[in-house]
Design a protein around this ligand. Sequence first.
Ligand code: C2E
Ligand code: CA
Ligand code: CA
Length: 401
Amino acid sequence: MSDFQQGILVVDDQQVVRHTLALCLQNLGFTRIYQAENGREARKILSSHSIRCVFCDLNMPVEDGFEVLKFLDAQAYPGAIILMSGEEEEVLASTANLARLYQLNIIECVAKPLSFATVKRLLSASERELDIEANHAPHSLPPLTAKLLKGYIDKGGLSAFFQPQISLSSGRLKGFEVLARLFKPDDSMVFPDQFIPTAEKHLESITDLTKRVIECAYSDINQYGKDIGNLSFAFNISAKVLEAANFPQWLQATTAQYQLRPEQVICELTETAFTTDQATIDTQMLRLKMMKFKLSIDDFGTGYSSIAQLHSVPFDELKVDKRFVLDCLSNTKSAAVVEQSIQLAKAIGVNVVAEGIENQEVCDFVKALGCDIGQGYFYAKPEPLSVFDWRAASIQGGNRE
Ligand code: C2E
Ligand code: CA
Ligand code: CA
């Protein structure tokens, strides 16, 4: 539902654009519509009013749209942003990508002029996005302090959530990625973005967290999964954890203790895994591999996780990062990264997972390219294992609600 109590801001140096858009918004029932001729005026309005959504032109003579984005980013602006431009498609797409680096809710980057139908569509997309944000991803919240984090963990607040991974050729459940969640004493949920960076600052802290997440997940699997067959379970392992000398041995012993086979356990090595002492990291990965655990290179294509790593360690899988999958149908560069990553995986004979599949079209796109496994909100969001009726071993896409 739209929140008519909060305003909408239209920023454009052309009066005719502002007026036409304001008219559309009025016709859609909005009453609090603010207009700004440039970035400077926009900043004033944003500082003094509650604004739910900003329509912002990119090209303006005094303080352009990029300045507005920078300002909104500094404010950790939680509302929706729609960028408008007279530029060609390629510039629009690159801008949307750049904007994504800001962690703002950029709904779309659209070409001017905007039709009534487009404005209506964009507004419902922003309402959906803000709902999802409110329910799922408070990315704008600051990281927890180490002390608070330890306090919540000690109170038993750490949990394992499971997100299904689907074999694209058969449509059947292939396994799950396990994602950490933290619950505060008031039962509110904290997402990893808010506590993993804090934990990663200290070897003991991230190692302890990782082991607890794995134990939590194993215990859930034992409790809810009587018939897990060959399903796989993927864990996120960061570099620091591999620096802990006994981690592979610990994982081997714990996996056996819960009666799981190492072949079912996938270690997703996150990008930071490749920035510290490479020899130690590679040795630990080889140890895991010799113990028959599967190795996956996470966030492939992001610049940290690259082809060089595929060369030095015998990975079983690569995961194309969701930032490329999310907009692969509207951004030719993202599409190229997705396509090349899949081809590379095929060429060297490793599995490839596309994460961040949110709709049927993207699912069809990656499948046509030969991608093996899909993961994303289109199939299911991360949930406690007990929520899934996964013995049916098949999860249909489109079950978002
Ligand atoms: P990641 O490994 O890239 O995990 C995928 C993230 O994408 C998850 O966010 C998941 O909820 C989200 N996601 C999955 N499908 C979709 C989709 O269709 N659309 C969108 N927009 N997002 C989707 P989450 O759970 O917030 O985790 C964020 C990151 O935190 C993970 O990114 C991972 O790097 C880190 N993380 C999570 N759990 C752990 C953990 O136990 N240990 C470590 N070291 N890192 C963890
Ligand atoms: Ca991952
Ligand atoms: Ca990723």
